[in-house]
Design a protein around this ligand. Structure first.
Ligand code: NDP
Length: 268
């Protein structure tokens, strides 16, 4: 508890899935959280759930101002992300932690992929991460403190045929993480990434449901896992708490893989 006390954290794509789990975990650790999400209604629902969980845990600030804020944000638009940062600052003060979590699957065959597929993928999965960094870095650099956590993927290191261009963008997220981590290390701003493997979210269910035999696709995924299960959003969130907190002051320009060992496996 309170590992993020007095911190203000903004999480993109926090309406559901991994982002929502990170927002809840951060709130439990005492942070004021800003859910910067495309779908405002979903973000507001999630914000109410987080507030409910905090009240149930006896952690509400006794009738004071809520420490959870939902802001409609499209990470593909730099002005939208900058607006979200201003809203966060007005509500809670300077943003100490940014989690660039919003992401979409764009899985194509390279030669049948449309230009629009390519642009859609990069707009969210790479430009979106940069737009977030660009919006918070000036303040962090000026204050000489800050932590950015980018949600990458095991696709940042490994390739599955037919998933193009998602892994290209996710490789870029690691490059961005390392480059910015080095640029701003002298100003005590840390930039790290988390590479989740299969995590049970809507994104994963949508992928299974898009296969000819969803149940068989799900079983095949489970069979590939060394731990014979896929991950839970909370398991990514715990890693994000660690990286965002003062427990990781010398971890910078790094990536932590959260995949139950899957990417270390050569073959069964
Ligand atoms: P979900 O699809 O469940 O959640 C993603 C959230 O991001 C949604 O709420 C979505 O909103 C939001 N979002 C999408 N586009 C934008 C945008 N332009 N601006 C703001 N928000 C946006 O995904 P996950 O929770 O599974 O994934 C989160 C991150 O983790 C992604 O970066 C993904 O690539 C990564 N990841 C996930 C893995 C998994 O197995 N689930 C594995 C490895 C990495 P809306 O629904 O309105 O579009």
């Amino acid at each position: 508890m309170n590992r993020l006390a007095n911190k203000v954290a903004m999480i993109t794509g926090a309406g559901r899935g991994i982002g929502a789990a990170i927002a809840l975990a951060f709130a439990r650790e005492g942070a004021a959280v800003v859910l910067a999400e495309l779908d405002l209604e979903m973000a507001q629902r999630t914000a109410r759930e987080i507030e409910g969980a905090m009240v149930a845990a006896g952690a509400n600030n006794a009738g004071g101002a809520s420490k959870v804020l939902a802001v409609q944000t499209d990470v593909t638009q730099s002005a939208s992300v900058q607006h979200a940062v201003r809203e966060a600052e007005q509500a809670f003060g300077a943003v100490d932690v940014l989690v660039n979590n919003a992401g979409i699957n764009v899985f194509c065959d390279p030669l049948t992929m449309t230009d629009d597929d390519w642009r859609r993928c990069f707009a969210v999965d790479l430009d979106g991460v940069w737009n977030g960094c660009r919006a918070v870095l000036p303040g962090m650099v000026e204050r000489g403190a800050g932590s950015i956590v980018n949600i990458a993927s095991t696709h940042s290191f490994k390739i599955i045929p037919g998933c193009f261009p998602y892994p290209v963008a996710k490789h870029g997220v690691i490059g961005l993480t390392r480059a910015l981590g080095i640029e701003y290390a002298p100003r005590n701003v840390r930039v790290n990434a988390i590479a989740p493997g299969y995590i049970e979210t809507q994104l994963t269910h949508d992928w299974w449901n898009g296969q000819t035999d969803p149940a068989a696709a799900q079983q095949a995924t489970l069979d590939l896992q060394p731990m014979k299960r896929i991950g839970r959003p909370e398991e990514v969130a715990m890693t994000a708490v660690f990286l965002a907190s003062d427990e990781a002051p010398f971890i910078n320009a790094s990536c932590i893989t959260v995949d139950g060992g899957r990417s270390a496996l050569y073959h069964d």
